[in-house]
Structure formats: C-alpha cells, structure tokens
Write a protein that binds this ligand. Sequence first.
Ligand code: AMP
Ligand code: GLY
Length: 426
Amino acid sequence: MATDVLIVGSGGREHALAWKLRQSPRIGKLYIAPGNGGTRELGENVPIAATMVEKLADFAQLKSIDLTVVGPEDPLALGIVDVFQKRGLRIFGPSQAAAQIESSKAFSKQFMQEAGIPTAEFGVFTDYKKALKYVREKGAPIVVKASGLALGKGVYVCGTLPEAEAALKDIMYDQIFKDAGAQVVIEEFLDGPEVSIHAISDGKDYKMFPSSQDHKAIGEGDTGKNTGGIGTIAPLPWITPAVMAEIEEKVVKPTFVALAAYGVAFSGILYPGLMISSKGIKVLEFNSRFGGPECESYMRLMKSDLLDLLEACVDGKLAKISLEWNPGYACNIVLCAQGYPDEYEKGFPITGIEDANQIPGVVVFQAGTTYVDGIVKTSGGRVLGVSAVGDTLKEALKQAYKAIDLIHYEGKYFRRDIGTKSLSRS
Ligand code: AMP
Ligand code: GLY
C-alpha cells in the first residue's frame, strides 16, 4: 500500500529527503510544509510554517498522513513529536525531552559530564558578573555560547579576552538572543578538524552513518563568520574504521544508553559535532536531527530505501533492517546570497539548474528559493546545494564545481575550497 508522507521544513535538507523518498516504490503522496522552489517538483508544498506544530498535526489528520518526517530543530524543541504521538500520528524524530540534547547546551554539557562523554571543559552561568569573572580567570582563547537555539549564531570563538567580554555583553547584558541566552556555556577552546557523525535510533537499537564534514565559516580557508553550514563531504577519506569505532564506543553508544537511563530514550537522528583535537575526540555539540547540508550528501550515498529506514525506526524495528551505502564519495556545495550570513537581498531569478543537473553525478537541491510565475527566485541566504557523487572525492568535487559554473543569479557566492583539506590529507 502506498505511504503518504509529510516532510516538515524548507531547506536543502528537506529537498534531499523528498528526493530520496520519491525513489521508494512504496511512496504515495508527498507533502512538504512549507517546502521551497525545488520540493514543489517532487510533491505538494503546503503553506504551514515548520513551527506551527498544532496546524501541522491538523493537516496530518485531515490528509490521513502515514508518516511525518521532521527536518529542522525548532519544531522538535517545540514538542512536535509529542503533539503528533498524542494524536496517534506516526512521526520520525525525538521527543521534546530527548531533543533537549540540542535545544539546551547547558543540558547537553551537563549530560555529557555525567555520562562520561568526552567534551571541552566548561562552566554554565546565568549571572553576568560570575560569567565575566570566569572568563577573566580562564583567559583567551575561550568559547562563549548562548545555551538555547540561535540559528547557529550563538557561538563566539574568542581569540582575546576583550572578545570574550564583548560576547558576554551581547548575550547576557544586551540579550541579543533573548531567552536563548538566559544561560551561557563558557568552554575551553579546542583545535583540530571537525567531523559530523550521524546515527539513527529507534530508542532501542541504532545504526551508524558514514562520517561527514561540514564547512561552517563563510570565507575560504575557514575565515570569517560562522554560517549554518555551506559545504559538506562524505565520507571523510582520512577517518579510518578504527577511528569510527572509537567514536561509536566513546560517543554514540554511551549517549543512547545514558539518554535511555535518563528516561528520555532517543528516537530519530543523533548528530554529534566532534572535534578530533590534540586531546582526543571531543563532542562540540549534539544535534537531534539531520545536519544541513550533511543530509544532502548522505541522501546521495544511501543505497537503502529511506522510507523503509524511517518507518522501521518509528515502529521500533530498526534491528530488523539493513542500512546500506553506495561506494564512493559525495559532496554538497552551498551557493549563497551575497552578504550571507549577514544581510542579503532576495528575489533574484536563478537560471541554469536544469543544465547543472545534466552534469554526470550531479543533483541540485534547492534551499532558499521560491517559485513565482514560472521562475525560481532566491529567497534565503543559503540558496542552492549542488551535490555530486564520484568514485573519488576529487571526482565528486570536480563535477559539483563544473555544475556550479552553469548556475547564475545576482550575488552568487560559494567557497571554492570545500573538501580541499581532506584531499591533501588523504
Ligand atoms: P556549536 O554550535 O557548539 O557546534 O559551535 C559552532 C562552531 O563553533 C563549531 O562548529 C566550531 O567550529 C566552533 N566551536 C564550538 N565549540 C568550540 C570549542 N570548544 N573550541 C573551538 N571551536 C569551537
Ligand atoms: N551542519 C550544521 C547543522 O546542521 O547544524
């Protein structure tokens, strides 16, 4: 029987999920709320914001949706999974309590400390003066983080003490992140390559995804402001099976076990952001969902049927199915709007997506786009994700950059060095 699915979200991640779900022989109707200019080609966009949790549940009931898949963190933090489950609706993602591992950095750090999961040394503060005293005692470099969800903008990596003091003023005194900054986490600065890990769990069993890596800084050579993520590669050629096994043993497994022991068994995607530091593997943060733009690379590599995987997870039958991956490598390079992650203009027509999709190995995912009067236009800071697969990472990157040259809109910006560090390490 055909399975009708609702995807919640509007980014490149959700376009990639829709693209992969469309390939399932069992997929029925596909709805994306609110979706973007690309998802409309794969299903029906529904004009309900991802945070309108009750309205989404009403829609799922009205349309007798068989499975809802949540992309972004905000609805998870608002308890969308609890709301749907209370109404007897099947939904993929963690409960509000389990999602705290992402939505509260204070919770997540205290959890890691108690569960013995390796992470940077830290303090949690609600008092501005005490926080100032702590950074002055510890000195720079030091990292200051708003505890709550702040669209990836609440983290200040401070090279000097005045920078750290200014960060505390922003978050605690000027309250620029409002309630998200009510608690502040101050932590030890770590150095080393960052790795994204994803594992899927049904609350009892879990399965690991291959490693991946995001590029967060806007500028080439990892310079400039942090973004939500503007380019990924997967798997990392320099991560050996032994390192993956260590990550699983020291981070993934104890996290699922400890969360279950806390009474908040985690079902969904657990995405720890790690640093392979000189002091060993350290967790920088936990996310309770697919990474964007990591998801786009993963969907290109996944051999198994995504619908089978997500349904097995929701039904607590993950142990019964196998999760298989294609050989080779994937990359996903984000094309941004000039100015992102600060202010940028919207509404520029985009051309060349069809031509780019003709390049062997390439699939263009849309993120910040809308479709108006037959024209795809820019509508966000991260506009498109140009993904490619290849037998080697070098080949995948070459194809993606070839495709990018065919895409045009005013203010197109992207990094030309996605994956280069990994190429020189492998
Ligand atoms: P987070 O949202 O906590 O992952 O932080 C965003 C980014 O800030 C990370 O991807 C790192 O690049 C950087 N970062 C976070 N914590 C640290 C740390 N303790 N030391 C150095 N850089 C960090
Ligand atoms: N890859 C960054 C994020 O999804 O948070």
